[in-house]
Ligand binder design. Structure first.
Ligand SMILES: Nc1ncnc2c1ncn2[C@@H]1O[C@H](COP(=O)(O)OP(=O)(O)OP(=O)(O)O)[C@@H](O)[C@H]1O
Length: 308
């Protein structure tokens, strides 16, 4: 039987008049990598801060590892790991000193502390850098140090807020391998990202917009259930087509991808190819094909980003 380790129901968070989170329901199973996707300012960090007990919800109910938040926040502290969006370690301490400082927050004996730090230095490829100042490290190295610090206490749940924003594609891939290693040993991971390739790696995803959860499911489900048809248009001189299509209420978005225009047409249009072909500004020489949705299409459909 699957075990739900994060449960949130009807969660609201107001900052003054701003409703940053609006009736959020969430259920995350043990060992899952659960992605939070959404435009800037949609409430991802706010949601994470509430789920870690750092921020009190205005309304709603949160249960993490069977404990209630915010009431049991102190009890949960040692069971969670949190890698914040900004590098939050000390630039003027070395890698070893930073890890030693984090370790001092937990109840390790000095022998356990040394063993755990050595283990992490090795696991995250930092052994050679133990005496380097954190400020002088590259984005990818800092990210590995932040992850090492976040998993110091072998957390049951790891929260990662845009962990790969300053990292090149190869380092991102390597980073995700470490996340799968952690997940395979039962660590539950909640990760926010703006990268579609990362979102696709998650077991499950929630897409937020203006504090509201617009979709929730496996990447495969989300693509299968998407509320739009995807049509690719190719041919000469299609640049003007983008703005012509933007005036049609049936078209959710039109985006240039290389030589093609990718058009999202509302799902209630039963013959989307026919619908586009019969528009007076659509040239007969252009080729139109219906294709399978991508996660980016789902994102655009859910958040209305294509209309901006
Ligand atoms: N402490 C605060 N006081 C007032 N407003 C806040 C506070 N924290 C967040 N907000 C507002 O709440 C909204 C959600 O912010 P949040 O940081 O959760 O978004 P996000 O999805 O994490 O954004 P990003 O992708 O840019 O990191 C934003 O409008 C933000 O300005």
């Amino acid at each position: 039987m699957t075990q739900c380790v994060i449960k949130a129901t009807q969660l609201d968070k107001y900052f003054g008049d701003l409703k940053a989170i609006d009736q959020l329901d969430l259920a995350v199973e043990k060992g899952q990598i659960y992605g939070f996707l959404g435009p800037n300012g949609c409430g991802k960090t706010t949601a994470i801060r509430m789920l870690t007990g750092l921020l009190q919800p205005t309304n709603g109910h949160i249960e993490v590892l069977g404990l209630q938040l915010p009431r049991d926040a102190e009890q949960l502290r040692t069971k969670l790991g949190y890698m914040t969006q900004k590098f939050s370690l000390y630039g003027d301490l070395t890698v070893y000193e930073n890890l030693n400082f984090i370790a001092s927050l937990y109840s390790f004996s000095s022998a356990e502390r040394r063993t755990r730090i050595d283990e992490l230095l090795h696991l995250y490829g930092l052994d050679e850098r133990a005496t380097q100042l954190a400020a002088s490290m590259s984005g990818g190295q800092r990210q590995r140090l932040s992850l090492a610090a976040a998993v110091m206490n072998k957390p049951q749940i790891l929260f990662l807020d845009e962990p790969t924003s300053a990292v090149d594609p190869q380092n991102r891939r390597d980073f995700w391998e470490t996340l799968f290693d952690l997940s395979s040993t039962g660590t539950t991971i909640l990760v926010t990202t703006h990268y579609m390739d990362e979102a696709e790696r998650c077991h499950k995803l929630a897409i937020l917009e203006a504090g509201v959860k617009r979709a929730d499911g496996t990447p495969k489900q989300l693509m299968a259930d998407m509320d739009a048809h995807v049509i690719e248009v190719s041919g000469a001189q299609t640049r003007q087509l983008k703005s012509d299509l933007a005036n049609l209420p049936e078209v959710l978005s039109a985006t240039q991808l290389g030589a093609q225009l990718r058009v999202l047409v509302r799902k209630d249009i039963s013959q989307p190819l026919e619908f586009l072909r019969t528009q007076k500004f659509v040239n007969r020489d252009w080729q139109l094909h219906q294709v399978r949705p991508s996660l980016e299409d789902v994102f655009v459909t859910c958040t209305g980003q294509g209309r901006q």
